[in-house]
Design a protein around this ligand. Structure first.
Ligand code: ADP
Ligand code: NI
Length: 215
Protein backbone atom coordinates (compact mmCIF):
# COMPACT_ATOMS: atom_id res chain seq x y z
CA UNK A 1 0.00 0.00 0.00
CA UNK A 2 3.02 2.25 -0.22
CA UNK A 3 1.60 3.66 -3.38
CA UNK A 4 -1.96 4.21 -2.19
CA UNK A 5 -1.86 8.01 -2.45
CA UNK A 6 -0.48 7.92 -6.00
CA UNK A 7 -3.07 5.35 -7.07
CA UNK A 8 -5.80 7.47 -5.48
CA UNK A 9 -4.58 10.59 -7.29
CA UNK A 10 -4.71 8.73 -10.64
CA UNK A 11 -8.23 7.47 -9.84
CA UNK A 12 -9.48 10.95 -8.91
CA UNK A 13 -7.93 12.58 -12.00
CA UNK A 14 -9.67 10.05 -14.25
CA UNK A 15 -12.95 10.45 -12.37
CA UNK A 16 -12.87 14.27 -12.73
CA UNK A 17 -11.60 14.44 -16.32
CA UNK A 18 -14.81 16.14 -17.54
CA UNK A 19 -15.50 18.21 -14.41
CA UNK A 20 -16.57 21.87 -14.39
CA UNK A 21 -13.59 24.20 -13.79
CA UNK A 22 -14.35 24.86 -10.12
CA UNK A 23 -14.68 21.18 -9.21
CA UNK A 24 -11.87 19.68 -11.27
CA UNK A 25 -8.61 17.97 -10.29
CA UNK A 26 -6.98 21.32 -9.47
CA UNK A 27 -9.71 21.98 -6.85
CA UNK A 28 -8.82 18.63 -5.30
CA UNK A 29 -5.11 19.41 -5.44
CA UNK A 30 -5.65 22.78 -3.67
CA UNK A 31 -7.86 21.15 -1.03
CA UNK A 32 -5.24 18.44 -0.50
CA UNK A 33 -2.52 21.07 -0.04
CA UNK A 34 -4.74 23.13 2.31
CA UNK A 35 -5.51 19.98 4.31
CA UNK A 36 -1.83 19.10 4.69
CA UNK A 37 -1.10 22.64 5.88
CA UNK A 38 -3.96 22.63 8.41
CA UNK A 39 -3.05 19.11 9.59
CA UNK A 40 0.36 20.37 10.74
CA UNK A 41 -1.37 22.14 13.61
CA UNK A 42 -3.81 19.31 14.52
CA UNK A 43 -3.65 15.81 15.96
CA UNK A 44 -5.02 13.52 13.32
CA UNK A 45 -4.76 10.36 11.25
CA UNK A 46 -2.94 11.75 8.23
CA UNK A 47 -3.94 8.91 5.88
CA UNK A 48 -7.63 9.61 6.56
CA UNK A 49 -7.06 13.33 5.90
CA UNK A 50 -5.23 12.59 2.63
CA UNK A 51 -7.83 10.13 1.36
CA UNK A 52 -10.71 12.32 2.52
CA UNK A 53 -9.31 15.36 0.71
CA UNK A 54 -8.59 13.41 -2.48
CA UNK A 55 -11.95 11.62 -2.61
CA UNK A 56 -14.33 14.27 -1.21
CA UNK A 57 -15.70 15.41 -4.61
CA UNK A 58 -15.35 12.36 -6.89
CA UNK A 59 -19.08 12.38 -7.60
CA UNK A 60 -20.63 15.60 -6.27
CA UNK A 61 -24.43 15.24 -6.06
CA UNK A 62 -24.76 18.60 -7.91
CA UNK A 63 -23.47 16.84 -11.00
CA UNK A 64 -25.39 13.58 -10.43
CA UNK A 65 -29.03 14.72 -10.39
CA UNK A 66 -28.85 15.39 -6.66
CA UNK A 67 -27.91 11.77 -5.87
CA UNK A 68 -25.74 11.87 -2.73
CA UNK A 69 -24.91 8.17 -2.71
CA UNK A 70 -22.76 8.00 -5.86
CA UNK A 71 -19.59 9.52 -4.33
CA UNK A 72 -19.59 7.47 -1.10
CA UNK A 73 -20.33 4.24 -3.01
CA UNK A 74 -17.55 4.86 -5.54
CA UNK A 75 -15.07 5.72 -2.77
CA UNK A 76 -16.03 2.61 -0.82
CA UNK A 77 -15.51 0.39 -3.85
CA UNK A 78 -12.22 2.00 -4.77
CA UNK A 79 -10.74 1.82 -1.26
CA UNK A 80 -11.87 -1.80 -0.73
CA UNK A 81 -10.27 -2.80 -4.03
CA UNK A 82 -7.00 -1.27 -2.75
CA UNK A 83 -7.17 -3.36 0.43
CA UNK A 84 -7.55 -0.34 2.75
CA UNK A 85 -8.55 -1.17 6.35
CA UNK A 86 -12.29 -1.08 6.92
CA UNK A 87 -12.18 1.46 9.77
CA UNK A 88 -10.23 3.83 7.49
CA UNK A 89 -12.76 3.33 4.69
CA UNK A 90 -15.68 4.01 7.03
CA UNK A 91 -14.03 7.20 8.27
CA UNK A 92 -13.26 8.48 4.75
CA UNK A 93 -16.83 7.76 3.59
CA UNK A 94 -18.16 9.63 6.63
CA UNK A 95 -16.04 12.61 5.62
CA UNK A 96 -17.41 12.54 2.07
CA UNK A 97 -20.99 12.31 3.35
CA UNK A 98 -20.68 15.15 5.86
CA UNK A 99 -18.34 17.71 4.30
CA UNK A 100 -20.86 19.70 2.28
CA UNK A 101 -22.44 23.03 3.22
CA UNK A 102 -25.81 22.58 1.48
CA UNK A 103 -27.27 25.86 2.59
CA UNK A 104 -25.78 25.66 6.06
CA UNK A 105 -29.11 24.66 7.60
CA UNK A 106 -27.81 21.11 7.75
CA UNK A 107 -26.65 19.26 10.87
CA UNK A 108 -23.36 17.45 10.61
CA UNK A 109 -24.07 13.83 11.56
CA UNK A 110 -20.46 12.84 12.12
CA UNK A 111 -17.60 14.50 13.99
CA UNK A 112 -13.86 13.97 13.85
CA UNK A 113 -10.65 15.98 13.76
CA UNK A 114 -10.06 14.63 10.25
CA UNK A 115 -13.47 15.88 9.01
CA UNK A 116 -12.75 19.26 10.66
CA UNK A 117 -9.51 19.50 8.67
CA UNK A 118 -10.82 18.39 5.28
CA UNK A 119 -13.95 20.54 5.65
CA UNK A 120 -11.85 23.62 6.43
CA UNK A 121 -9.53 22.82 3.52
CA UNK A 122 -12.52 22.59 1.15
CA UNK A 123 -14.07 25.78 2.54
CA UNK A 124 -10.86 27.76 2.07
CA UNK A 125 -11.08 26.97 -1.65
CA UNK A 126 -14.54 28.58 -1.67
CA UNK A 127 -13.06 31.85 -0.34
CA UNK A 128 -10.77 34.59 -1.61
CA UNK A 129 -9.75 35.09 -5.23
CA UNK A 130 -10.15 31.41 -6.06
CA UNK A 131 -13.53 31.36 -4.32
CA UNK A 132 -14.72 34.30 -6.44
CA UNK A 133 -13.44 32.66 -9.64
CA UNK A 134 -15.09 29.35 -8.77
CA UNK A 135 -18.44 30.94 -7.93
CA UNK A 136 -18.66 32.79 -11.24
CA UNK A 137 -17.44 29.77 -13.17
CA UNK A 138 -20.17 27.66 -11.58
CA UNK A 139 -22.73 30.41 -12.23
CA UNK A 140 -21.70 30.51 -15.88
CA UNK A 141 -21.82 26.74 -16.10
CA UNK A 142 -25.43 26.97 -14.83
CA UNK A 143 -26.21 30.01 -17.02
CA UNK A 144 -26.98 32.23 -14.00
CA UNK A 145 -27.04 36.02 -13.96
CA UNK A 146 -24.04 37.73 -12.40
CA UNK A 147 -26.24 39.96 -10.26
CA UNK A 148 -29.86 41.13 -10.19
CA UNK A 149 -30.72 43.86 -7.66
CA UNK A 150 -34.37 42.71 -7.75
CA UNK A 151 -33.54 39.22 -6.45
CA UNK A 152 -32.35 39.42 -2.83
CA UNK A 153 -30.31 36.63 -1.19
CA UNK A 154 -32.33 33.95 0.60
CA UNK A 155 -30.85 32.91 3.92
CA UNK A 156 -33.59 30.50 4.90
CA UNK A 157 -33.24 27.84 2.21
CA UNK A 158 -33.33 24.24 3.29
CA UNK A 159 -31.04 21.68 1.67
CA UNK A 160 -33.36 20.92 -1.27
CA UNK A 161 -34.04 24.59 -2.04
CA UNK A 162 -30.33 25.37 -1.82
CA UNK A 163 -29.57 22.66 -4.37
CA UNK A 164 -32.25 23.91 -6.78
CA UNK A 165 -31.72 27.66 -6.58
CA UNK A 166 -31.26 29.53 -9.86
CA UNK A 167 -30.41 32.87 -8.22
CA UNK A 168 -27.65 35.18 -9.49
CA UNK A 169 -24.09 34.33 -8.50
CA UNK A 170 -23.68 37.41 -6.28
CA UNK A 171 -26.39 35.94 -4.05
CA UNK A 172 -24.18 32.92 -3.40
CA UNK A 173 -21.76 35.18 -1.56
CA UNK A 174 -24.47 35.96 1.03
CA UNK A 175 -26.01 32.49 1.02
CA UNK A 176 -22.73 30.67 1.54
CA UNK A 177 -19.34 32.25 0.96
CA UNK A 178 -19.51 35.08 3.53
CA UNK A 179 -20.94 32.69 6.14
CA UNK A 180 -17.98 30.33 6.07
CA UNK A 181 -15.61 32.48 8.16
CA UNK A 182 -17.75 31.92 11.26
CA UNK A 183 -17.93 28.20 10.67
CA UNK A 184 -14.29 27.26 10.37
CA UNK A 185 -13.21 24.41 12.64
CA UNK A 186 -9.44 24.78 13.03
CA UNK A 187 -7.07 27.54 14.15
CA UNK A 188 -5.17 27.60 10.86
CA UNK A 189 -8.42 27.45 8.89
CA UNK A 190 -9.85 30.43 10.80
CA UNK A 191 -6.75 32.53 10.20
CA UNK A 192 -6.63 31.94 6.45
CA UNK A 193 -10.42 32.34 6.13
CA UNK A 194 -10.27 35.78 7.79
CA UNK A 195 -7.92 37.19 5.13
CA UNK A 196 -9.85 35.63 2.26
CA UNK A 197 -13.14 36.91 3.70
CA UNK A 198 -11.85 40.48 3.73
CA UNK A 199 -10.70 40.11 0.13
CA UNK A 200 -14.24 39.09 -0.91
CA UNK A 201 -15.78 42.02 1.00
CA UNK A 202 -13.49 44.38 -0.92
CA UNK A 203 -14.43 42.67 -4.19
CA UNK A 204 -18.16 43.15 -3.49
CA UNK A 205 -17.69 46.81 -2.65
CA UNK A 206 -15.80 47.35 -5.92
CA UNK A 207 -18.43 45.33 -7.82
CA UNK A 208 -21.36 47.46 -6.58
CA UNK A 209 -19.41 50.64 -7.27
CA UNK A 210 -18.78 49.64 -10.86
CA UNK A 211 -22.38 48.41 -11.19
CA UNK A 212 -23.58 51.93 -10.37
CA UNK A 213 -21.09 53.41 -12.82
CA UNK A 214 -18.91 55.08 -10.20
CA UNK A 215 -15.42 56.02 -11.22
P1 ADP B 1 -21.49 22.90 -0.85
O1 ADP B 1 -22.35 21.76 -1.33
O2 ADP B 1 -20.75 22.63 0.40
O3 ADP B 1 -22.15 24.25 -0.95
P2 ADP B 1 -20.47 23.02 -3.31
O4 ADP B 1 -19.62 21.88 -3.80
O5 ADP B 1 -21.87 23.13 -3.72
O6 ADP B 1 -20.33 23.02 -1.81
O7 ADP B 1 -19.84 24.36 -3.71
C1 ADP B 1 -18.53 24.43 -4.10
C2 ADP B 1 -18.35 25.68 -4.85
O8 ADP B 1 -19.15 25.68 -6.03
C3 ADP B 1 -18.82 26.90 -4.11
O9 ADP B 1 -17.90 27.30 -3.16
C4 ADP B 1 -18.98 27.85 -5.24
O10 ADP B 1 -17.74 28.29 -5.69
C5 ADP B 1 -19.61 26.97 -6.28
N1 ADP B 1 -21.05 27.02 -6.14
C6 ADP B 1 -21.89 26.11 -5.63
N2 ADP B 1 -23.18 26.54 -5.69
C7 ADP B 1 -23.13 27.75 -6.27
C8 ADP B 1 -24.11 28.74 -6.64
N3 ADP B 1 -25.41 28.56 -6.40
N4 ADP B 1 -23.66 29.86 -7.22
C9 ADP B 1 -22.36 30.06 -7.47
N5 ADP B 1 -21.41 29.19 -7.15
C10 ADP B 1 -21.78 28.06 -6.57
NI1 NI C 1 -14.77 20.37 -2.75
Amino acid sequence: MTNLIDITIAFVKAQLAQAEGGHDWFHIERVYNNAMLIAEGEECDLLVVQLGALLHDIADSKFHDGDETVGPTLAWRFLSAQGVAEDTIIHVVNIIENISFKGGNFERKFDSAELDIVQDADRLDALGAIGIARAFNYGGFKNRALYDPAIPPNLTMDKEEYKKTTAPTINHFYEKLLLLRERMNTTTGKQIAEARHQYMEAFLEQFYGEWKGER
